[in-house]
Design a protein around this ligand. Structure first.
Ligand code: DC
Length: 226
């Protein structure tokens, strides 16, 4: 049987997580932000002061019980029982997470954790990331690949951070995102790649509501609205 999952993949700043969260709320599904789990493993490794190597990180992730746990507002990344939703967004974690997510042992560990998280939600889930439709849930009932022009992605990220929309700041954000995209798309294992059976949605000229609606419309045949 196909997994009761809507897979939303795409590059940094394409609006995957915010869209996935809104779609999940509309359809009464769990929202699983896979990037937050890669970030939580990175944070646990940095705090433990271990070299960022696959086997060591998986050991730390197990010892510190890194997980996605149900909180008031959906699933939250947790390390050693503490909600680390804020910490995983820090510059320190963002700087190292691409390298950590390229480690095969870490990818296997996170993939297993994501599958277990979905299994706990019988109604289904919206999972977002880079390899959800290609590797984690290749049998997802619906696969979406979100894209947006780099300048628009940088503008959205700046708004999200509450930082100024000054041209230099936007240029720097765009440069950082492009570097991360290149790392995520060219790594040997599970690179960011559009699944052959994914629906591609370019959100450059869509409002947030339009982009959520575009996914919900396509999901309706599989999940009745809440
Ligand atoms: O979506 P994000 O920025 O929170 O993701 C953080 C990093 O994790 C990003 O550099 C790519 C990686 N990632 C991944 O490799 N595979 C996923 N399914 C999700 C995220």
């Amino acid at each position: 049987m196909a997994s009761r999952v809507i897979a939303i993949d795409g590059p940094a700043g394409s609006g995957k997580s915010t869209t996935a969260k809104a779609v999940a709320a509309r359809l009464d599904l769990a929202h699983i932000d896979s990037g937050s789990l890669y970030r939580a493993v990175t944070l646990a490794g940095l705090d433990a002061g271990v070299p960022l190597e696959g086997d060591l990180l998986v050991e730390v992730a197990g010892a510190k019980r890194v997980e996605l746990r149900e909180g008031e507002d959906g699933l939250r990344p947790v390390v050693a029982g503490v909600d680390v939703s804020k910490e995983v967004r820090s510059a320190r974690v963002t700087e190292h997470v691409s390298a950590v997510s390229a480690l095969p042992a870490v990818r296997t560990w996170v993939t297993d954790a994501l599958r277990r998280a979905v299994a706990r939600h019988p109604r289904g889930a919206v999972a977002d990331g880079r390899d959800i439709g290609t590797v984690v849930f290749p049998d997802a009932v619906l696969k979406i690949f979100l894209t947006a022009a780099i300048a628009e992605r940088a503008r959205r990220r700046a708004l999200e951070e509450g930082s100024e929309l000054a041209p230099e700041r936007l240029q720097r954000l765009a440069g950082d995102m492009e570097r991360r995209d290149t790392m995520d798309s060219t790594r040997a294992i599970s690179p960011l790649k559009e699944a052959v059976d994914a629906v591609r949605i370019d959100t450059t000229n869509l409002t947030f509501d339009e982009q959520v609606e575009a996914v919900v419309e396509r999901a309706k045949p599989y999940f009745s609205a809440a």
